[in-house]
Every structure is written in structure tokens, then in C-alpha cells.
Design a protein around this ligand. Structure first.
Ligand code: NI
Length: 259
């Protein structure tokens, strides 16, 4: 449940430090990294200059297809809501109901040990068009557990999800955002971090979560939340209503992958 505290406003400063330490982790700042993809060593300046428009595909097409009611269509800005640590027997269904009402697709990074008894929720996510990713088996710090333990935990969760949906997840969010280059080499999974940390697990206050995200969010962002708290679910649904009114469109993270 506890996640790496990543304050967006400190991101630029953190990036400089991270770049010096580990080129692979540099990808965290960009939100998504392809398996085997090498982030060019470069400076943090290069990363910050990446246009968000380069992260998206088909956004323009979707924008024109959805129009037709108002005179001047608003520009569409794609962002992704991501939910870690579920599924949760009570709160995940509430979230799925709210997403369905609003026609929004999200990304769920499921924890293997939370799936048992909640298999129908995993099926429902798939049926309703959400993207299902892997959040390992339980909340351990992967780089401390060792490569073998990490691979087993990720593989076990891959198998559990595949048994339910028939598909192996292709996206992994490591607990705590903790990862390293050696692990990357051993998994055929795309590692997905985040660019906006809602701190929902810590705030547990709907208004404060909404305000925090609204203040930071911009086109192309990947927002980190957890569908295991009622305040998080309520905040996510309020954010959808408010951000949709501002011209944002919610997509799954595979639509934000860097080319
Ligand atoms: Ni987590």
C-alpha cells in the first residue's frame, strides 16, 4: 500500500540525481519504458523536452469522432488513471461502476495475492475494456528481494491473471517503483511508472486528493492511485468529471507508450 513518494514538483531535481545513478531508472520519469529499450544516456533536459504529443496516438482521430454536439470542439488531452494494489472486494466494484457510467477506461495493476476470491472482478475489468497489468504477487521491494524472487513473484501473478482472462499482462508496475536494469532484462514486460502521485494512500481525504491531482495534471500524465480506499475511488470519479469538463480524455497506459 505504501508507495514511493514521488512529488512531481521535485521531479526535475530528482531526475538529475537519478540520471547519475542509473540510466534504467531514468525511464521512470518518462512514465513508461519498453522492454529492452535503452533510454539515451543524455541529460535530464532531454527528457523534460519530450513533447507530450509524442506519447499519444489516434487522439486527433478520436477527438473528431466524438464531436458533433457543441459548436467549437475542445482540444482533447489524453491522460491515464492507474490503480495499484487491488482488486478490493468492496471498493473495486464501486470504481468499476463509476468508470462504466462515465465511459472511462483505466489501468489496473493487480497484486497476485489480492486476486483470490475476487476473480470475477478481474473478469469484469477485462470485459469492460480496462487494461490489466501486473503489480507482483505481494508488496515486497523488488530490488531487495533478489532477481529470482522477483521473477517468481511476477511470473506467479502473470499466471493467476492469465488463468482468469486468457491473456498474460504485458505491463508491470513494480511495488514502490523499485526496479533495476538486471530485472528489466529478464522480463518481457513493459515497466510502467507514473508522473503524478495522488498520495491517496496517505491523504485518505477525497477533497485533498482531488486538489492535489488537479493542481499537477497535464496532458500525457499517468496518475497513480489505489482502488483499495473509498476516498480514492470517490476522488477518482470526481477527477474524471472535472477533468473531462476541461477537455481531458482518459485512456489506458498502452495508449501513452512512447514510440
Ligand atoms: Ni502498490
Amino acid at each position: 500500500m505504501r508507495i514511493w513518494k514521488w512529488d512531481f514538483r521535485k521531479q526535475a531535481a530528482a531526475l538529475v540525481c537519478v540520471a547519475l545513478l542509473d540510466g534504467a531508472i531514468l525511464g521512470a520519469a518518462m512514465g513508461v519504458m519498453q522492454p529492452g529499450q535503452k533510454v539515451s544516456a543524455g541529460s535530464s533536459g532531454e527528457i523534460e523536452q519530450l513533447p507530450h504529443s509524442a506519447w499519444m496516438k489516434d487522439v486527433q482521430a478520436d477527438a473528431s469522432a466524438g464531436g458533433g454536439k457543441e459548436s467549437a470542439p475542445k482540444p482533447v488531452k489524453a491522460i491515464a488513471l492507474t490503480f495499484d494494489d487491488g482488486p478490493h472486494k468492496t471498493y473495486t466494484p464501486m470504481l468499476l461502476d463509476g468508470l462504466k457510467e462515465r465511459g472511462v477506461k483505466a489501468t489496473f495493476f493487480l497484486m497476485g495475492e489480492s486476486i483470490s476470491g475476487n476473480e470475477e472482478l478481474v473478469s469484469r475489468m477485462q470485459e469492460e475494456g480496462h487494461l490489466i497489468g501486473n503489480h507482483s504477487y505481494r508488496h515486497i521491494q523488488l530490488t531487495k528481494a533478489g532477481e529470482d524472487a522477483v521473477c517468481r513473484a511476477v511470473e506467479q501473478t502473470e499466471g493467476i491473471i492469465e488463468d482468469i482472462t486468457g491473456d498474460r499482462p504485458q505491463y508491470l508496475r513494480p511495488p514502490y517503483g523499485d526496479w533495476n536494469e538486471n530485472l528489466e532484462c529478464r522480463m518481457n514486460l513493459t515497466t510502467v511508472f507514473w508522473t503524478v502521485d495522488s498520495l491517496d494512500w496517505k491523504l485518505k481525504n477525497t477533497d485533498r486528493i482531488v486538489k492535489r491531482v488537479e493542481k499537477q495534471v497535464k496532458e500525457g500524465d499517468i496518475i497513480l492511485m489505489h482502488d483499495i480506499f473509498p476516498t480514492s475511488v470517490e476522488a477518482a470519479l470526481q477527477l474524471i468529471d472535472r477533468l473531462q469538463a476541461e477537455g481531458y480524455r482518459f485512456v489506458t497506459v498502452d495508449e501513452l507508450v512512447i514510440d
